[in-house]
Design a binder for this molecule. Structure first.
Ligand SMILES: C[S@@+](CC[C@H](N)C(=O)[O-])C[C@H]1O[C@@H](n2cnc3c(N)ncnc32)[C@H](O)[C@@H]1O
Length: 312
């Protein structure tokens, strides 16, 4: 799994999350119209239930400054369409949170959550955002409007994309993952030497092909190949748009230092937190839905149990 030893222990000006008491976190959540769903016993893993834009405003007010934000926002895909799963026609509707209100309102929403996310980041902080063509161009434009500097538009190629039922255009087989730093001048973290070493001494590319994907074995060593979440990752329950741990592990490993604070404003099943903890990072997750936070909490408990087991 993760080679944390290879990530340099650089002193980041990270906020000490564990110093915030349950009472203080609850007050923060209440002021943002939500609630504190969970705080781990060591205070390093915190979940808020509520609207991320309002809770981020309170996080900012209290001077909590994450080093990294990962956002897997609504792609606004759930509008009565169909897709294909295991050879069967299925609805693409993921839930009310994923419906579109038209391009203007959807873009307005992007500007609001992205603005709130960038505003909490520490000065040298960075953000990663996943998305398909449905939102990624809006996100890219918003990043520029909000003064962030786009570093890469990573292409994550998918292992087994669903076939296109109407046969009127190409199969959608990738997602973009945009990487940006807070401002033009921020000094973002990137473990370049480690990444290069992992790639047999060659610079890593911004195209992340899947395991068993097309391409030559030599030029795409294993850790670049990222398929859909494995069965084991869904054993405690499923989220309709769950991301693979491997994708988040890669993102966190290359752009944080141990001890950093990672925040996910669209936590879902908590994949970001589950990848952050083994990389030595603290975590704040926010989601509207209690069921998803419950799943995150179960995954965190299972992770801690496994990590404890691996000590013996
Ligand atoms: C694309 S999913 C994230 C999935 C996650 N990356 C995972 O691996 O499980 C987006 C999540 O954002 C949540 N959400 C949507 N709008 C929100 C808002 N305004 N504030 C907080 N959470 C929101 C949804 O409930 C959903 O779980």
């Amino acid at each position: 799994m993760v080679k944390t030893a290879a990530r340099k222990k650089v002193a980041s000006p990270s906020f000490s999350l564990e110093r915030l008491s349950r009472k203080e976190l609850s007050a923060l959540a209440r002021a943002g119209g939500g609630s504190l769903y969970y705080r781990s016993a060591d205070g390093k893993f915190v979940l808020f239930q509520g609207d991320s834009i309002r809770i981020l405003e309170e996080i900012k007010r209290r001077g909590i400054q994450p080093n990294l934000v990962f956002a897997d926002p609504p792609y606004h895909l759930s509008n009565g369409g169909i897709s294909c799963q295991s050879g069967k026609m299925v609805s693409v509707d993921k839930g009310k949170w994923d419906t579109s209100n038209g391009p203007e309102e959807d873009h307005e929403f992007v500007l609001r959550w992205l603005g709130a996310s960038l505003s909490v980041l520490e000065e040298n902080g960075a953000i990663w955002i996943s998305g398909t063509h449905h939102i990624i161009f809006s996100v890219g434009f918003a990043l520029q409007k909000l003064g962030a500097k786009i570093l890469n538009t990573v292409v994550w190629e998918k292992l087994a994309p669903p076939p296109h039922l109407a046969c009127r255009y190409y199969t959608h087989s990738h997602e973009f993952v945009l990487w940006a730093r807070k401002t033009e001048k921020s000094k973002h973290v990137f473990h370049y030497a480690f990444e290069k070493e992992q790639n047999g001494g060659k610079q890593q590319k911004d195209v992340w092909p899947p395991r068993n994907g097309v391409g030559d074995e030599q030029s795409f060593p294993n850790h670049w190949r990222i398929g859909a979440p494995k069965k084991a990752e869904k054993i405690l329950g499923k989220h309709p748009t769950q991301k693979p741990i491997e994708l988040l592990d890669r993102i966190i490993r290359c752009s944080t230092n141990p001890g950093d604070l990672v925040l996910d404003p669209f936590c879902g099943s908590g994949t970001t937190g589950i990848a952050a903890v083994p990389n030595g990072c603290n975590f704040i997750g926010i989601d509207l839905d209690e069921q998803f936070l419950k799943l995150t909490k179960s995954r965190y408990a299972a992770l801690m149990e496994n990590m404890k087991d691996s000590l013996y």
